[in-house]
Design a protein around this ligand. Structure first.
Ligand code: PHE
Length: 340
């Protein structure tokens, strides 16, 4: 009798089922009320007393083993769609579906908006296709003014009055034309210049313009706002440096450098071993510009600044080739995955 149990123990090990029905047949055969194991339990009575313990133990082992094996066969076969088509494994996890991620330039633009909105700046936008007045004339670029050569412009062939805007300063003009001071706004947007594409330049890029017009706005206000921005964007230890510069629409004008966040000011090839990198142009809005836009320059003053989003993103993420932002290679973009 013990031998019979031993034999069944190894038999159970080898059981196979290709379908759920086959697994069920095995259950009936071994574990059913009329099954072999039940029958053995019935035989227990006739086992001599001294063998009862050993036999009982083996029998329980057999029952447990059979249950385990048949249950797992059931599980396997239930999820198998069709035994004739056994290449399909419906139990395999599906391939993860990519959810995409926000573009690094959008992440940086949103961060800039957030930083300025905390100190009361609204967001305004203007058209990418501009007329000469908003892109140049209102901004104090005189007809034939050499400053117009500062930017190589994409003009529309049949109408020299229409061009792709070369900077977001055109939005300053639109905001001043349509609003009353106090004005405190930033304008993010795409701009276009006829430049050869390289690691540092592109014919399409993005800027954020800032404009603040009110009574008694001073250069000190500008400086403090930009210092706040630099620290929020690049960390509390960031220092700023303003260098005199020239723009037709601001007077005085400056360019702002921040202490190089790559080498922390020690000197590296990004800051060309100066410890500083330029991030924006700024200045006090030229009274002529205020007047061109219908604002009384005796009553109001203001400041403006403009920065390149690519520049900020390159420094923030330590990206050394601007073209990467436009290629949209997912292996690059995926690295900027954020929680939102
Ligand atoms: N529009 C300037 C540029 O594109 C930047 C700038 C904006 C400078 C506002 C001063 C004030 O380079």
């Amino acid at each position: 009798m013990l031998e019979k149990v031993e034999k069944l123990l190894s038999e159970v090990d080898e059981l196979v089922a290709n379908t759920a029905e086959e697994a069920e047949q095995l259950r009936v055969k071994y574990l059913g009320t009329k099954g072999v194991i039940k029958a053995l339990f019935a035989d227990f009575k006739s086992v001599p007393n001294e063998q009862k313990k050993a036999f009982g133990e083996k029998l329980n082992e057999l029952k447990a083993k059979a249950e385990k094996k048949i249950n797992s066969l059931k599980k396997e076969t239930t999820f198998r769609v069709n035994s004739d088509n056994s290449d399909i494994d419906a139990t395999r996890p599906v391939n993860p579906v990519g959810t995409g991620s926000r573009h690094p330039l959008s992440i940086v633009r949103n961060e800039i908006i957030e930083i300025f909105s905390r100190i009361g700046f609204t967001v305004s936008e203007g058209p990418e296709i501009e007329d000469d007045f908003h892109n140049f004339t209102a901004l104090n670029f005189a007809e034939e003014h050499p400053a117009r050569d500062m930017q190589d412009t994409f003009f529309v062939e049949r109408n020299p009055d229409v061009a792709l805007r070369t900077h977001t300063s055109s939005v300053q003009v639109r905001v001043m034309e349509n609003g009353e001071p106090p004005i405190r706004t930033i304008s993010p947007g795409r701009v276009f210049r006829n430049e050869a594409i390289s690691a540092r330049a592109h014919c399409i890029f993005h800027q954020v313009e800032g404009l603040y017009i009110d009574k008694n706005v001073s250069f000190a206000d500008l400086k403090q706002t930009l210092l706040y921005f630099a620290k929020e964007m690049f960390g509390d230890k960031t220092e700023i440096r303003l260098r005199p510069s020239y723009f037709p629409f601001t007077e005085p004008s400056a360019e702002m450098d921040i202490s190089c966040n790559i080498c922390s000011g020690k000197g590296c090839n990004i800051c060309k071993y100066t410890g500083y990198v330029e991030i924006l142009g700024c200045g006090m809005v030229d009274p002529n510009v205020l007047e061109n836009c219908g604002i009384d320059s005796k009553e109001y003053t203001g400041y403006a600044f403009g920065m390149g989003i690519e520049r900020i993103a390159m420094l923030k993420y330590k990206v050394n080739d601007l073209r990467l932002f436009f290629e949209n290679d997912v292996r690059f973009l995926e690295q900027f995955r954020t929680a939102d």
